[in-house]
Design a protein around this ligand. Structure first.
Ligand code: MN
Ligand code: MN
Length: 315
């Protein structure tokens, strides 16, 4: 009946899906994970460039082409995605978010020689090897974005559970490398926002409630002032750039293009913005060319893990 399908496709203005249809929260969870990986792959090309350098070297950066200081093949991802996948695997294997299991998963990830690794992540994983304690010492200096970039598995595993469960679960994964008040606040806010979007909540409400609370509790995160360009790996810079792009745009594509063209820690702002945008807009919103360009193995892992974590109901 091949030609029947053709006929329908030509005659009816019906959107053709390439895969099975999922319930909305699963569709959005898968889109969040693909968004994380796509933002990482897109942003890595311009990581550590300034917006001016991007303009001169590329123009508007809008294609997944690889390269950058890591000399990536097009479609490959970096630590933001691979640490998330390592954490997600540990949650699925252990049946819950467990600090020791997460630390062991990150340690195994580091031994496998990842393409990039943050200084705080490296230092505190080496400390874990020496002490066996999966919780890093609290430090006001460890306010990098390394824990915030990998929160998605926790958001998915704890979806539908009380906020308190989510916060405890986040502390378990985040404090392996980043035991810091600002990092914690950013991580929790991002997780709750992803869960809000999975539940279909409206962006205006989510901004007021979640981003508003973050800025109210920690005014340093205020993002309504100066345009944040060239954001560093400081979690405050990162979140400001992401929120400015995310809340000022209305499509997945516009959000990601806006945020990565700010340069700086662009793979990480791309990853976090992509996660939020995927959760907000769903699978159909992701440009085909980006889905095709993303490494096929990573794409499959992200989609499968999103479904498994949502089904796990751990926390
Ligand atoms: Mn990275
Ligand atoms: Mn980065």
């Amino acid at each position: 009946m091949f030609w029947t399908g053709e006929l329908i496709a030509r005659s009816a203005p019906v959107r053709r899906r390439t895969g099975p249809a999922y319930p909305p929260h699963i569709d959005r969870g898968m889109a969040a994970y693909l968004g994380l990986a796509i933002g990482d792959a897109l942003g890595a090309t311009v990581e550590f460039l300034t917006p001016n350098e991007i303009r001169h070297q590329i123009g508007l950066h809008s294609e997944i082409t690889g390269g950058g200081w890591l000399r990536l093949k097009a479609g490959r991802v970096t630590d933001d995605t691979t640490m998330s996948l390592a954490l997600g695997e540990s949650i699925i294997a252990r049946g819950r978010v467990d600090a020791l299991a997460a630390a062991e998963a990150f340690d195994a990830w580091m031994r496998a020689k990842p393409v990039d690794i943050g200084n705080t992540v490296r230092r505190n994983l080496i400390a874990f090897r020496q002490t066996g304690n999966p919780e890093a010492a609290a430090s006001e200096h460890d306010a990098g974005n390394g824990a915030a970039m990998r929160v998605l598995p926790v958001a998915l595993a704890c979806y539908g559970q009380p906020e308190k469960t989510t916060k405890i679960a986040n502390a378990a994964q985040a404090h392996v490398t980043h035991h810091n008040t600002l990092s914690d606040a950013a991580c929790e806010t991002l997780i709750l926002m992803v869960q809000d979007f999975l539940a279909g909540r409206d962006a205006v409400e989510v901004e007021r409630e979640r981003a508003g609370k973050l800025v109210n509790d920690f005014p340093v995160f205020a993002y309504d002032k100066r345009r944040r360009e060239n954001p560093s790996g400081y979690v405050v810079d990162t979140v400001q750039a992401v929120f400015q792009s995310f809340f000022a745009t209305e499509t997945f594509e516009d959000c990601l293009i806006d945020v990565v063209n700010r340069g700086g820690d662009a793979d990480t702002t791309g990853a976090i913005a992509g996660m939020l945008a995927g959760a907000r807009y769903g699978l159909d919103s992701i440009p085909k060319r980006w889905r095709t360009a993303l490494d096929a193995n990573i794409s499959a892992q992200c989609q499968a893990q999103a479904r498994e974590l949502l089904a796990s109901q751990v926390g």
